[in-house]
Design a protein around this ligand. Structure first.
Ligand code: FES
Ligand SMILES: [Fe+2]
Length: 383
């Protein structure tokens, strides 16, 4: 167990530190690739403290530009999404950048100093995985898979479970956005444990009875559960009514036709792999006490095109459960305002320690996993 001072959940100063060391220094999942469907498509996203302009170039490749003009630093694009033609033109003095961020024209270019021509847009690293766009503001960062590999291995061993669900091909059948008045770590820590499931989640426990034991799929009594959780024999699928929404996805093996796999990928993704769909929950830390949560329900295009296709029953189960979780998270956030705020972890909550160990490593806090910080030590940590 690692304990943190309550300021880790409340202070702007600590949030700024996390922004610098985590959100601007890690691969962050920021968008669905299909939101940038063709050359010239753009999408404005927030990564840590930076506005980033995702753009698909003429070759169909993604670019992530810092959304600032290299002339006088005005924000280049204030629209959330849209379509550029062949270039990005600054609204202030008209400098023009191609879709790769190269400065290609400026008024009176011949009269400007030669170094003007080198003032291209700053860019971030960009990668795609599971049909999502991932951005890293640290230009020296290791590739995305190096960040994800330890978490995937810890969860699924050597088996590439996510690959079976063909996430690249799936389409967003439904998206929901939630504004939660809680620190992003409180949300993450909630999804690290299922000790609260028997108390708070009767609907999901009906479908996944094993969750009544206080262990879900991300954490079992002896660590992560590679085999996942089984859907109740009386149910056909993972939905509020217990009905399946569609037939299982084409790559899912028969032995997983009644299996639910959960996956947490720090710092901002929570995935559920269900026989007929995938749910992706992304966290956008907005401030020390506020987090935006974007949930996508991904289905196969063939299923979506079937007459009568309706994802609402499947979505309702996650929606009702997530709202229960978010209400509890807001309660923890309110608790963190109290001078008496402290924690005690049961064995069911051991994954919180794994998460905190990763956060501490990113922050450079250097806390040993087995060490329980005393209140005095916790207070001495940088806030
Ligand atoms: S600030 Fe963009 S062209 Fe001047
Ligand atoms: Fe929950």
């Amino acid at each position: 167990m690692i304990t943190w001072p309550r300021t880790y959940y409340t202070s702007h100063k600590h949030f700024d530190r996390e922004r610098e060391k985590i959100f601007e220094n890690s691969w962050m999942c920021v968008a669905r690739s299909s939101e940038l469907p063709k050359p010239g498509s753009f999408l404005r996203v927030q990564v840590g403290g930076e506005s980033v302009l995702l753009v698909r170039n003429r070759d169909g490749e993604l670019r992530a530009h810092i959304n600032l003009c290299r002339h006088r630093g005005v924000v280049l694009c204030s629209e959330d999404s849209g379509q550029f033609n062949t270039s990005i033109r600054c609204p202030y003095h008209g400098w023009t950048f191609d879709l790769n961020g190269q400065l290609v024209a400026a008024p009176f270019m011949n009269e400007l100093p030669p170094e003007t021509k080198e003032r291209h847009l700053y860019s971030a690293l960009v990668s795609e995985w599971l049909g999502y766009v991932w951005v890293n503001l640290d230009s020296n960062a290791a590739p995305l898979h190096e960040q994800l590999a330890p978490m995937l291995h810890n969860r699924f061993g050597d088996v590439d479970v996510p690959a079976r669900y063909g996430c690249d091909e799936l389409e967003v059948a439904k998206r929901e956005t939630y504004e939660v008045e809680a620190n992003w770590k409180i949300l993450y820590e909630n999804f690290c444990e299922c000790y609260h499931c028997p108390t708070m989640h009767p609907e999901v426990c009906n479908i996944l009875p094993e969750w009544r034991t206080g262990y879900g799929t991300v954490s079992g009594p002896t660590g992560p559960k590679i085999e996942g959780s089984k859907i109740n024999e009386k149910a056909q699928g993972f939905s509020l009514s217990g009905r399946a929404t569609s037939t299982p996805l084409p790559g899912v093996p028969e032995y997983d036709h009644r299996t639910f796999h959960g996956l947490l990928l720090w710092p901002n993704v929570h995935l559920m792999f269900i026989p007929d769909h995938v749910m992706c929950m992304r966290f956008e830390p907005v401030g020390p006490t506020k987090t935006r949560v974007i949930v996508d329900w991904l289905f196969h295009p063939t299923a979506i095109s079937e007459p009568g296709f309706d994802p609402s029953d499947a979505a309702a189960l996650v929606d009702v459960t997530a709202r229960q979780d978010f209400e509890a998270c807001e309660g923890v956030q309110a608790g963190a305002e109290s001078a008496y705020f402290e924690e005690f972890h049961t064995p069911h909550e051991s994954m919180i320690t794994d998460f905190r160990r990763w956060v501490c490593a990113q922050l450079g806090d250097g806390i040993e996993t087995s060490h329980v910080a005393t209140p005095a030590e916790a207070d001495a940590l940088p806030a």
